[in-house]
Ligand binder design. Structure first.
Ligand code: ATP
Length: 391
């Protein structure tokens, strides 16, 4: 279904249910800018459930209630429709989430972040409700907050402002820029939970101009304040390229780069923390790694490390070739023999089996074994030597 058909259907549903319904926020902003947006934001003055259920039925899709205040999401092929109740918000204190109660469309627009995001279109009309002159700011290409306390009330708006400015090529309106600097100086971001900071950084990583946004964040001293480090755009781009070549997920690498050497690991997921610890373990072995010669020796140093720590160290220590060969050729190489074969040569359960297999694999990696028979012979020779040594 095309976007216009969906909007028409929303309009029909709203008028049948007799509920004031508005297109709002980012959707309106992008419509005015002529940017394609697959997220349709709807706000209603009244019962969201009624509208969501009725619309879900007409579209033939399931509705999903979110944890947020009376909000529903519908997914159609190609679009995501968010239906929220118009609400007013009270800020209980810095960094805390607001208290929410139903309100009018004007109250709903007044709680928003920037003028360009605070416009609504009553569905089925061409009128723009624009109490904060968002349209004018779109023309002037400016990011402007609605009031002087905006960044203090919700410091995540600092990240949002940087994101929109880079994405749209807009400038920070002068007073907004000063308010943002003040909010950073007052260390308001320290009142935000690590999970919310992570979410903002994650949203930044989804942007085309992510590195520009991150650089601005670093220039403003935000990363440092949050106990993170800025490794530089060049390093991040190199990580990006290397990860693309390996076909591995990029985001864990970005987060590793922002936290290695810093004092804030709370923003990492458990998996990323494990990757970072592994990367640090590997960095401590960097001399034997750099000096390792031949595939067998490289395998001995690198085996057991997952691809993410390996990729991180590869870029950081300029070992891309060695680590690529490890990941693409050395690690995937499998022996013809297994632990069962070693057992059938008379070795009992235990560590020794793994050690023998490792030595066989090293020998094979160095090109001295190819067939199963050769592998078995080599395993046999290790076992014999072992026994002789023991006797
Ligand atoms: P994007 O294209 O990145 O999704 P968006 O403007 O749609 O941009 P959302 O995060 O989906 O952004 O939020 C939808 C709308 O909700 C925004 O346009 C804005 O009006 C409002 N909003 C979101 N986050 C905040 C916030 N932290 N403070 C105030 N208003 C917000």
């Amino acid at each position: 279904m095309e976007k216009d058909d969906i909007i028409n259907l929303i309009q029909e549903t709203a008028s049948k249910e007799g509920i004031n319904t508005y297109l709002i926020g980012g959707y309106v902003r992008d419509e005015i800018l002529g940017i394609d947006n697959k997220d349709i934001d709807i706000t209603v003055e009244g019962d969201t459930k009624k509208i969501a259920e009725s619309l879900g039925e007409r579209l033939g899709v399931k509705i999903k209630r979110t944890s947020q205040f009376g909000t529903f999401i519908l997914f159609t092929p190609g679009f995501r429709i968010d239906i929220a109740t118009a609400r007013r918000e009270l800020y209980p204190g810095q960094g805390k989430l607001p208290l929410v109660e139903p309100g009018s469309i004007l109250e709903d627009l007044s709680r928003r972040d920037f003028t360009i995001n605070s416009m609504a279109i009553p569905i089925g009309t061409t009128t723009i409700i624009d109490p904060f002159r968002g349209l004018e700011d779109i023309k002037k290409r400016l990011i402007r907050v609605l009031h002087g306390k905006s960044f203090i009330e919700d410091p995540t708006r600092i990240f949002r402002a940087l994101r929109f400015a880079e994405r749209l090529g807009f400038k920070m309106e002068q007073i907004t820029g000063s308010l943002m600097d003040e909010a950073v100086e007052q260390r308001t971001l320290l009142t935000i939970s690590p999970a919310r900071i992570r979410n903002e950084l994650s949203l930044c990583f989804k942007e085309i101009k992510k590195w520009n946004i991150l650089e601005r964040t670093a220039q403003l001293g935000i990363l440092k304040q949050l106990g993170m480090v800025y490794p530089g755009m060049g390093f991040l781009q190199e990580l990006d390229e290397f990860a693309a070549g390996l076909g591995i997920e990029k985001e864990p690498l970005y987060f590793m780069a922002l936290t290695e050497g810093g004092r804030n690991r709370k923003i990492l997921t458990g998996r990323e923390r494990r990757y970072l610890n592994a990367a640090e373990t590997l960095l401590a072995k960097i001399v034997p790694l750099k000096e390792s010669e031949g595939r067998g020796e490289t395998y001995t140093v690198l085996r057991g490390f997952p691809p993410h720590p390996l990729a991180y160290v590869a870029v950081k220590e300029d070992l891309r070739d060695k680590i690529s060969v490890y990941l693409k050729e050395i690690e995937p190489l499998r022996l013809e023999i297994t632990g069962e074969d070693i057992k059938s040569l008379g070795v009992g359960e235990g560590k020794l089996i793994g050690e023998i297999l490792l030595r066989v694999k090293r020998e094979k990696l160095d090109g001295r074994l190819s067939t199963k028979e050769e592998e078995l012979d080599y395993a046999r020779s290790i076992i014999t030597r072992n026994r002789l040594r023991k006797n």
